[in-house]
Design a protein. Sequence first.
Length: 386
Amino acid sequence: MSIVLNADVMSFYKSVLKTLKYDKTYSLSKKASDISRESVHYGLYTNFTFDVNYASIKARTLNSSFDTTDVAINDTLDLFGKGNYKVKKLSLDLKEKKSLLDLQKEQLFITLVDILAQYHKIDEQSSLHTTLLEEQENIYNKLQKLQQSGAITSIDLLRFKNTITTLKTKIISEKSELNKMKKQLKLYAPNEVIPTLKQNKLLYHKEDFLTYNPSLKINDINSQRLNTQAKISKISYLPDITAGIAYQKLGDPTGYGDNYSFNIGLHIPLNGGDFKQAEALKIQSLTQKNKDIQYKINRENEYMKLYEDYLNAQKQLAILRESLNDYNKSEKTIKISFLKQYVDFITYLQVLNQTLDIKEKIINMKYQESSRVTMLNMISSGKIYE
């Protein structure tokens, strides 16, 4: 049963993701990152330059002109692997985007479950109030006859009518809120039926929940990025190797034929490597890494809050449902007594409100329980990040 219900909520959630184009946005970012990494990777050993020059020369001592053609190929070789750090930095950037997306997905899922719980809570309360209104209107019709016969006063009848009016306005407000929420949900998932929330069994352990911690991953990636930047800064003094070959086709009849050459050289940056900056970045990386403990504590607090809300709802539901039987009996008895004028309107209304309060609390706790256990189960399963 839980799996089916999960599927309903997951289907709705996936539809919302599609509407908001979360995965499409990440897919485009990944594609751009892959192209950038390929560009850097291919550039490590293939920084070719190809030059061709042609000249036609006329000398005074020669009867005719002659041609000269120069062809040169040069390459800059990253033998010390400086470009590898650029590839690693791009990989870290993509991992950060994925973790940020996971964080957004989690926040979206929690918000959706809260909205669904609120929607069904108001819907069930509205049904409860509508049923109560029908019962009270029947009683009001009977009271009108009693008032005509003088069994009750017109003031009591007016009080009862005012109570009914208050109940009607409450139902109108609830219906309006439901319509607004339904339209909002349909904007995000136009082709999905609004799913129910009926889970009440915890399927995973605390360790499963703590396994998924997007904020911790983002912090760890930031630490790795700073460390990578430190390494880039530290090895910036290392030279690049330049190598090339050249060929000159010489048409000069006074020359000694074509020329061939090979060259190799070092390109040495004059800054000599920014060791101070590298050290500062390394310290920043360690500082960032030390924040891991705070993100772990934050995650434990998130679990504790959801779990305690779940337990609180469970315990309250057990007490409230047990008490409801007694209040239902009291409500039935007081209704008969009121119609027979054994008790006054104030006493009747007091019992009625107490019973209604118990029923409303049961609805509230029921959806607190189902929403919290849905969040715990689905986050712990990792399905919302897929």
